[in-house]
Design a protein around this ligand. Sequence first.
Ligand code: CMP
Length: 140
Amino acid sequence: MAIQRTLSIIKPDATKRDVTGKINQMLERSGLRIIAQKRIKLSQEQAEGFYSVHKDRPFYNDLVNFMMSGPVVVQVLEGENAVKVNRDTMGATNPEEAEEGTIRAEVGLSIEANSVHGSDSEENARSEINFFFKDEEICP
Ligand code: CMP
């Protein structure tokens, strides 16, 4: 299996409840190495740009406002099959449907406040990582 990188975001609902460490422990226990990480407040431009693929969806404006409602932690994760391993570790988008033991089942509050984002493909991972990180900020 190939070593991959993926982008993870710990969302405002989770940073507000101080569960960043708990989420990081769940990621690391899944074999994902956190090779870059920063806590930032997203600007409107960043939140809109990051989620522009969803701009025609009815939840877009609420999603953008939610992502600006508090700090987020953006991370680059590295490991074998990292895109899928991270998505399996996060669980289903809606915490009510997420499997027991996943981050969203343990920590998520709602489909919007679902605590974490993870890239859904290796190609999107590359562009999402570039959206937040310069090469020199990534320390494998
Ligand atoms: P995320 O993986 O960050 O990608 C897009 C986000 O939109 C998703 O997680 C959800 O938090 C959010 N969202 C809000 N409402 C919905 C919805 N009805 N269907 C899918 N995603 C939603």
